[in-house]
Design a protein. Structure first.
Length: 134
């Protein structure tokens, strides 16, 4: 009989380190509509803010830790993806707030599609529209 294999249970959070915590939190909350769940300092002095998207259990941990040097996000390194009802409507929402898609929207015949917007630190945010028959 094989030994029982341990495995992870679920994804809890993803961390993104940033230079400007207030500007980043404002973007995630006001532009994307995420909710700030909690905020605290780590034992080593990092400022941590945990955010949650409506309808998701997983959190995004935004970290400000100046002692580790400035954050320099490389192009196409990583991104977060969020579902939206309509890429067209979300694009109009972005424009009202002074933002625009950096790529897209790219729509398919079945009604699905995707687009990208850049967060303040240069991290890419992907917005995905599900097919109309989803």
């Amino acid at each position: 009989m094989l030994p029982r294999m341990e495995k992870v249970k679920r994804l809890l959070h993803t961390r993104y380190r940033v230079n400007d915590l207030p500007k980043t939190i404002k973007f995630y909350c006001e532009v994307l509509g995420l909710e700030e769940v909690r905020r605290h300092k780590s034992p080593r002095g990092s400022e941590l803010v945990f955010l949650k998207a409506p309808g998701s259990e997983e959190l995004i941990e935004v970290c400000h830790f100046p002692n580790s040097g400035p954050v320099e996000v490389q192009p196409d390194l990583t991104h977060l993806a969020f579902e939206v009802d309509s890429l067209e409507a979300f694009g109009k929402h972005l424009e009202k707030l002074g933002y625009k898609y950096s790529d897209g929207p790219h729509l398919k015949e079945n009604g699905s599609g995707f687009a990208f917007v850049d967060a303040p630190e240069g991290y890419e945010i992907e917005l995905m529209q599900r097919p109309s028959n989803y």
